[in-house]
Design a protein around this ligand. Structure first.
Ligand code: 1GP
Length: 271
């Protein structure tokens, strides 16, 4: 297993401390080899978890090949670190977590799956349908399922449109808190506040603060449209446990350039 710590992936995501950084990799946007190079560069820069998934479920999508390529690359780096007493082997304890658009975007090679409901979708398929379809497959694969409420905010981007979401407006604090409380009461362990990949308006800081205060026991993940370390810092200071970046990492083909950009991003996020 690429993820070799003694505890579960949920435990890794629950460990408190500084806000952590997650990179999301869309297997439909790059080859498995490129995905693996980008994953390694971001881990060196400080990323502590990798989500693999996108907002379209395409038959034959290279999800599995992407997970395997990333896993093999991490294992190689871990082995190299184990041969060098100056290297920190633990930095390679980075779980690969499926973040699927549907029951077909799965891989038994992943360390875990965000078992999520798009809570504010109008389409029952995204609220419970894909979950029922995927459950026997995930059970058979034996990968850790982490229950997660996924809530999409305006502007919503592609996931808001494809997921047929009743978008929560950026000033609707009461609405956001109600979703967060429902997530807690339904037994979800994490809540993901999503503004949509590539949007020009990340989730509002006051929304994050209110959700943080309402459900301190849930792992709070925030993503969508945070292109700068300063934007990530605002979300971190508002109480996000994890900040997710996707698009930005796909803009760099050169691994060392990506590593430098993400190192600065993560440093600023934590200031
Ligand atoms: C997608 O929230 C993430 O689920 C990432 O968004 O691509 O805008 O970084 P970006």
């Amino acid at each position: 297993m690429a993820y070799e710590v003694a505890h579960s992936v949920l435990h890794h995501l629950q460990s408190k401390g500084n806000t952590g950084h997650i990179v999301v990799i869309d297997p439909d946007d790059q080859t498995p080899e490129v995905a693996a190079k980008r994953a390694i560069a971001t881990i060196i820069a400080g990323t502590r978890a990798i989500l693999v998934g996108g907002s379209t479920a395409i038959d034959g999508s290279p999800v599995h090949d992407t997970v395997v390529a990333i896993k093999e690359a991490i294992e190689l780096c871990r082995w190299n670190a184990s041969q060098d007493s100056d290297s920190d082997e633990d930095m390679w304890d980075v779980p690969i977590i499926l973040f699927p658009a549907g029951a077909r975007a799965l891989s038994p090679a992943a360390d875990a799956i965000t078992y999520m409901s798009l809570m504010n979708s109008r389409n029952l398929q995204f609220v419970m349908g894909e979950q029922v379809l995927g459950a026997p497959i995930v059970e058979k694969m034996g990968i850790e399922a982490i229950p997660m409420g996924y809530v999409v905010f305006a502007p919503g981007g592609k996931v808001g449109a494809v997921g047929e979401a009743n978008l929560i407006e950026s000033d609707d604090i009461e609405g956001a808190v109600a979703y967060a409380l429902a997530a807690k009461m339904l037994g979800f362990k994490m809540i993901y506040l999503e503004a949509g990949s590539g949007v020009n308006q990340p989730v509002d800081s006051q929304i994050i603060q209110a959700v943080r205060a309402a459900v301190p026991e849930l792992v709070l993940i925030v993503g969508g449209g945070m292109r700068t370390g300063e934007q990530a810092q605002a979300s971190a200071r508002s109480g996000a446990d994890w900040i997710v970046t996707g698009n930005l990492t796909e803009e760099y083909d050169d691994a060392s350039e990506l590593e430098n950009v993400m190192r600065k991003y993560i440093q600023t996020m934590r200031e």
